[in-house]
Write a protein that binds this ligand. Structure first.
Ligand SMILES: N[C@@H](CCC(=O)N[C@@H](CS)C(=O)NCC(=O)O)C(=O)O
Length: 242
């Protein structure tokens, strides 16, 4: 029995976290049965972050370790058919999106007041009203510190947008006219690439990163193609990708 611990659908996305979406797409690609727990949250998260997964009592934190767990335990190779060079490129793109573009997305959602009010602020609805403002300010401060520690937060907004846009352009150029990142069938990197493309396309957030994705019609079509295959019930992404 596999349980994926997630935030739950928000902003028209299957999950506000691209890492949760990545893990869910990998589970769908693997064809394994699973349930999603959106109630437990961070309380038991082994690394204080989501996603994590429980598989017959075994707890696995971090989307990449979730992938490796599924590959090892169920004999799956999400990159089957790829040679070593393609696997290396796929890994490099995954790292670019997760460890670089992610921070530009966090900056756009959490540091821009309008985006924050429409998006992340809603996460705190369940905090009792008298404490809410303090908790919101505290968490936002933690995110600002994380951005500073990682380094992205030390740049100006324009510089962050330039860096994020360069990564989006690189992804679009590499995708080119292929149906999926590595060719005619989805590979492991598509779980990440889809999560970030859909997240950037989310129309709730006013950000140049969304404009950067929208400038690439191949990326939009890709998001629609992935949504159709892995989230056929999720019409919003298909709509944004149209
Ligand atoms: N490397 C982790 C990253 C997961 C991650 O950053 N999750 C964020 C949401 S997008 C989180 O849970 N943040 C909560 C926190 O830092 O307190 C993975 O691949 O799973």
């Amino acid at each position: 029995m596999i349980t994926l611990y997630a935030f739950g659908p928000a902003f028209g996305l299957p999950d506000p976290s691209p890492f949760v979406t990545k893990a869910e797409v990998l589970l769908k690609m693997a064809g394994l049965g699973y349930t999603v727990d959106t109630a437990t949250g961070f309380k038991k998260a082994p690394k204080g972050k989501l996603p994590y997964l429980e598989d017959d009592g075994e707890i696995v934190g971090d989307s990449t370790f979730i992938r490796w767990h599924l590959e090892k335990k169920y004999g799956i190779d999400f990159d089957r058919g790829l040679d070593d060079e393609q696997r290396a490129v796929a890994w490099a793109f995954e790292r670019m999106l997760e460890d670089h573009l992610y921070w530009a997305v966090v900056h756009a959602r959490w540091m821009d007041d309008l985006n924050f009010d429409k998006g992340p602020r809603t996460f705190f609805q369940r905090v009792p009203a008298p404490m809410r403002q303090v908790v919101v300010a505290m968490v936002r401060r933690q995110i600002r510190r994380a951005l500073h520690g990682q380094g992205m937060g030390r740049h100006s907004r324009e510089e962050i947008v330039a860096l994020g846009t360069r990564s989006i352009d690189a992804g679009a150029d590499f995708l080119s006219d292929k149906p999926f990142m590595m060719g005619s069938e989805p590979a492991g990197v598509d779980a990440t690439a889809f999560a970030f493309t859909a997240g950037a396309l989310c129309p709730l957030f006013e950000t140049p990163l969304r404009s950067a994705v929208e400038r690439h019609s191949n990326l939009k079509r890709y998001a629609g193609r992935m949504a159709e295959r892995f989230y056929p019930e999720h019409t919003e992404i298909a709509h944004w990708a149209a």
